[in-house]
Design a binder for this molecule. Structure first.
Ligand code: AP5
Length: 218
């Protein structure tokens, strides 16, 4: 499968797993949260709009998000396929994606749902640390860097995302829990839903994800 979306609660491991799967399939990993964070860092007009919502743990409005994804999917590197991580996360976004891919005559092939309990994802979010330079993702307990607080890949000091502090993380969870609920029946009725157990260590979950997508590591 090379046109795939990853669904799951915040902190369920979508970004961690999508990065590995995209590398194995030689297709881009398109994470709407990462794109918004880049715009926020660069203080673009889109970043200024997105920040108002992200800091509160709310979704960025659908029209803004859909326009951004439409542009990204039009890029040359996305023509052979893509893994979309964090989009869609509302029913209007899912319907817009189907319309867009329908126009391109390149329908979505699969929706992979990483299933993890809400309490587990709160621990994953609050312990997450990220590299502000290359975007590498760590966890203070389950996936620590070799030197505490330092990125293994580039040596940059790691940071905690503003929306990973517990109060905002719990609010994000509530928002996603409510708004993403209709997506599971939506993709199930299309025969595209693949549910993967997201509990267990990263390597165990990777093996399940790769099997569900029909991919091999390396
Ligand atoms: P976004 O960045 O997409 O956040 P999210 O969906 O809330 O997802 P996360 O990045 O929190 O988690 P993840 O599932 O990728 O988990 P990860 O692999 O990092 O969005 C941020 C904001 O942008 C939103 O709140 C919204 O404002 C806006 N936005 C984005 N997309 C939007 C859209 N479509 N519409 C509207 N607004 C949008 O893992 C989490 C941690 O757990 C890491 O520390 C990792 O090391 C660790 N971990 C991973 N797997 C395991 C494992 N198996 N065992 C133990 N630890 C693990």
């Amino acid at each position: 499968m090379t046109r795939v979306i990853f669904l799951g609660l915040p902190g369920s491991g979508k970004g961690t797993q999508a990065a590995v799967a995209a590398e194995a399939a030689h297709i881009p990993h398109i994470a709407t949260g990462d794109i918004f964070r880049r715009h926020v860092r660069e203080q673009t007009p889109l970043g200024k709009t997105a920040r108002q919502y992200m800091d509160r743990g709310e979704n960025v409005p659908d029209d803004v998000t859909i326009a951004m994804v439409r542009d990204r999917l039009a890029a040359a590197d996305a023509q052979p396929g893509f893994i979309l991580d964090g989009f869609p996360r509302t029913l209007p976004q899912a319907e817009a994606l189907d319309r867009l891919l329908g126009e391109l005559d390149a329908p979505l092939e699969g929706a992979l749902y990483l299933k993890v309990d809400p309490e587990v994802v709160v621990r994953r979010m609050t312990g997450r640390r990220v590299c502000p330079k290359d975007g590498a993702v760590y966890h203070v307990e389950s996936n620590p860097p070799k030197v505490p607080g330092i990125c293994d890949l580039c040596g940059t000091p790691l940071i905690q995302r503003a929306d990973d502090h517990e109060e905002v993380a719990r609010h994000r969870l509530d928002v996603q829990w409510t708004q993403a609920q209709p997506l599971l029946p939506y993709y199930s009725s299309q025969g595209k839903l693949r549910e993967v157990d997201g509990l267990g260590d990263v390597a165990m979950v990777t093996a399940r994800v790769m099997a569900a997508l029909g991919l091999r590591a390396g």
